[in-house]
Design a protein around this ligand. Structure first.
Ligand code: ARG
Length: 256
């Protein structure tokens, strides 16, 4: 009889252990079964609205990643400069927004493998007296707040910038371009693919034939969520290797 009790309690202890494995273990994502991606959907062709849906390269690549991970993708459209704080706090699982990897951001978040290149470009009005980057000194420069365009342009002249007082950080690129059209600023510094999209969508604008800076885009994660980072990275590498990523890029970016 005593032996029975012992075996029984052993079995129940085992059962509890099996049932509870994973109990108390934090889920890899903010919400069970979901992959919440924070973006700023004013950045064609990476993310923008088609009706009430966020589409673009980042949205489509993220959908394929979520599929590989067996998670349901949810896109949160937020201000660009609140993506990193939201990822750090665990509100969002990852940030994907044509986001450039730089040292300042690497102190706050981890980044995936890079999946695209960006170039900072300068948009001016067609009749502008700004003919090259050398003419930017003393001009009013429009950018999107929190972006690398803002960071470079607002740096002190001795650091290669044009001084904070000459730079305006707008809520998004579209607003910056509207300000240029209304002559509130003399140029807009923004990533080249959105620059092309804005120039195509608005009359009287052109892009200067000069590259302001070369950058790598990647997905960011909270520093303590290396589990998700690894899984996403694996999925992303597969999408790069099998050509799926390129297929999406080719759909949105036509060779010039
Ligand atoms: N590549 C630039 C940066 O990381 C601009 C990104 C802006 N992205 C956006 N979805 N609005 O700072």
């Amino acid at each position: 009889m005593k032996k029975y009790v012992k075996i029984l309690s052993l079995i129940s202890a085992l059962l509890i252990a099996v049932l509870c494995s994973g109990c108390g273990k934090k889920s890899m994502t903010a919400e069970e079964g979901k992959l919440i991606m924070a973006t700023n959907a004013e950045f064609p062709p990476y993310e923008y609205y088609e009706g009430d849906k966020v589409v673009g390269i980042d949205a489509e690549v993220a959908a394929l990643i979520a599929e590989k991970l067996g998670l349901e993708l949810e896109i949160a459209d937020v201000a660009f400069d609140s993506i990193i704080p939201g990822v750090q706090s665990g509100k969002y699982d990852m940030g994907m927004a044509g986001m450039t990897v730089n040292d300042e951001r690497l102190e706050k978040v981890n980044f995936s493998t890079s999946y695209a290149k960006g170039i900072q470009a300068v948009i001016v009005k067609e009749d502008s007296d700004i003919k090259s980057i050398d003419d930017l000194e003393g001009k009013k420069i429009g950018t999107q707040q929190g972006t690398t365009g803002y960071i470079y342009a607002s740096a002190a002249p001795e650091d290669g910038g044009y001084g904070e007082e000459n730079v305006v950080g707008y809520e998004n690129g579209a607003v910056a371009v509207q300000s240029l059209l209304k002559d509130k600023v003399d140029c807009v510094i923004i990533d080249n693919e959105p620059a092309k999209a804005y120039v195509a969508a608005n009359e009287g604008l052109k892009i200067l034939d000069a590259e302001f800076a070369n950058e790598d885009y990647a997905i960011c994660f909270a520093k303590d969520n290396t589990e998700l980072q690894k899984k996403v990275d694996e999925a992303l590498k597969e999408l790069i290797a099998d050509g799926s990523l390129q297929e999406i890029v080719d759909k949105y970016i036509k060779a010039d």
